[in-house]
Design a binder for this molecule. Sequence first.
Ligand SMILES: Nc1nc2c(ncn2[C@@H]2O[C@H](COP(=O)(O)OP(=O)(O)OP(=O)(O)O)[C@@H](O)[C@H]2O)c(=O)[nH]1
Ligand SMILES: [Mg+2]
Length: 222
Amino acid sequence: MRTTCGCGQVHETIFVEQRGYAHHDEMASLNRERLDSLGVRAVNLMGSPGSGKTALIERTIQDLGGRRSIAVIEGDQETTLDAERIRRAGVEAVQVNTGARGHLDALALDLALDEVDPAPGSLLFVENVGNLICPAGFDLGESDRVALVSVTEGTDQPLKYPYMFGTVDLVVINKLDLLPYVDFDLDACRLHIASVNPAATVITVSATRGDSLTDWYGWLFS
Ligand SMILES: Nc1nc2c(ncn2[C@@H]2O[C@H](COP(=O)(O)OP(=O)(O)OP(=O)(O)O)[C@@H](O)[C@H]2O)c(=O)[nH]1
Ligand SMILES: [Mg+2]
């Protein structure tokens, strides 16, 4: 599997990433042990910019209404805008800025975990940097990997980005409310997902209008 990041200074990034692999895997294992020992479920949310990752977290915070402790780590190249959105929704968030890199890695999660200090038994959302390429190759030590794709992005995304859709436990097809206005074939998209990842669970939601979010919560608390 290709694991190099296509963002920024490609040659230097390739060198650094390759050299860091053994350490990276070790760090991912340590993160996983740390999260397991706390009983924290860490969900790595990945998807294109604008697919609705932050919106889904905001809506989840709103719907759960404090019934489950939630912590959030936000990954973006620049700005603290998403962390600010999460804080406005009522939950503390740590922002990680990756600069030229287009993904979070296990070291970034380790550092962010020190900051966010999730409560035992809590739910931790890790919103990865918005893109369908770079985050696919990086194990953070998360409990679950989730890919979001919205109906405005096109039916064939799972075929074009098989490394992303092939590595996840769940695919969330978002923005169902916009389906009447776009040329998106839900059944074909489901088939494409199955062709690259037969084991993936697929749900369709609207994070903003609230359609089928019971499926999301059902998966989240399964
Ligand atoms: N109509 C509609 N709009 C949505 C839905 N989910 C998200 N949006 C809108 O899509 C835009 C992008 O949503 P975000 O949640 O910021 O997307 P993101 O995936 O976090 O984007 P990045 O952080 O840039 O990667 C916002 O204007 C949201 O309000 C949805 O279900 N339906
Ligand atoms: Mg976001």
